[in-house]
Design a protein around this ligand. Sequence first.
Ligand SMILES: Cc1cc2nc3c(=O)[nH]c(=O)nc-3n(C[C@H](O)[C@H](O)[C@H](O)COP(=O)(O)OP(=O)(O)OC[C@H]3O[C@@H](n4cnc5c(N)ncnc54)[C@H](O)[C@@H]3O)c2cc1C
Length: 380
Amino acid sequence: MAPEIAIIGGGPCGLTLARLLECKGLDYVVYERDESENSTRTGGSLDIHPETGQRALQEGGLFEAFQNYARYDDTVLTLADKSGKRILQMGQGRDAPEIDRRELRQILLDAIPKDKIRWGHTLKAATLGEDSRPVLNFANGVVESGYKLVVGTDGAWSKVRSLVSQSTPKYTGRSYLESRISRENPYYPTMADKAGAGMFMTVGSRKLIVTQRQGDGSYRTYFGLEVPENFFKDGGIDIQNLETARSTLLSTFFADWSDEYKDLIRHSTDPRAWPLYSLSAEGLEWKSAPGVTLAGDAAHLAIPNGDGVNLAMTDALDLATKIAEYGIGSVDQAVREYEADMFPRGAETIRDGQMMAKIMFSEDPQPFVDLMTSFEAGAE
Ligand SMILES: Cc1cc2nc3c(=O)[nH]c(=O)nc-3n(C[C@H](O)[C@H](O)[C@H](O)COP(=O)(O)OP(=O)(O)OC[C@H]3O[C@@H](n4cnc5c(N)ncnc54)[C@H](O)[C@@H]3O)c2cc1C
């Protein structure tokens, strides 16, 4: 017999949901496309907020494990202009500690029985069976059905989404080019001196450079560019060729930025493209369908605004709480109530992402300084 709940995608949302269902004694299985928990795909550092991500970890009994990794000294944000002048520093002591995505995933995986996760299961398509309930077709040929609930937590390009919604992510006109400065990099001591702890961000000429210290002390940098959707695929910056990629960044995008940034580009390694996509806040809602829902980025993909993972974990917490409250026999009612709460916050984060992107890709850093200062004043 199939488990009662199928979770598609073992990212922060899916694994948090799995952990919370485990705590509540509910029956579930997670399908994840990665081949194993040792997959080498990693991601950046995430700040976990008290009322959302931290609360979900607390409910899952994982706050102590989280504290073993939480970096409270990396909450600081330093803002500069393209001449290298430091304009603002804030965020010291903020209750939003950083954790690497890989570490967060490990904490969650360690708290879920191994046989509850089916690795190497890439969902190819979700269809509706004769009973109007979801049928899961995996790329490895496995076909599964018979769940009381299927939850799509499979991120931006969710294959579950089409069961409830016609929405698809649209390109936002902006992309990040990610790169690394490892501890072995000859530029590392200079980088550590100039960027320090937390996030070092520079805004100007409708571009940005965001550098973030990671758990191992290395740095991850995102160069934010306004470029066409397929710019990297079409070779606008050839990320397969490090020297060419560096020289295009230097000559075409950051030619009039100070030497500090040019040195960073000259030493950056491991380029990776992140075209930024978003769902639309308008029409985000769908008519609740029996036996299926979405959570996290699958439900409300936004331009990264520092809240994505926190909202994904909040969705997981709310959904698990509702399912436990109503019981698996009334799971569709639980889903309806979860969705009614989730839709407005999903639409809000999409709008926030759009607003933040507009301000971060400004001609000069002042609008971003004003926004950050207003956040800080609001937090007092
Ligand atoms: C460049 C960048 C920087 C970001 N920085 C931040 C930040 O600083 N703070 C923050 O809060 N958020 C940040 N975000 C957003 C954040 O990463 C997401 O909001 C968050 O990861 C959403 O979690 P999720 O579990 O819903 O989806 P995901 O993290 O996308 O996880 C989806 C999971 O599903 C699996 N999967 C996908 N497709 C399938 C399939 N077909 N079949 C089976 N499994 C599948 C994937 O392998 C993955 O494990 C950033 C995003 C980007 C792109």
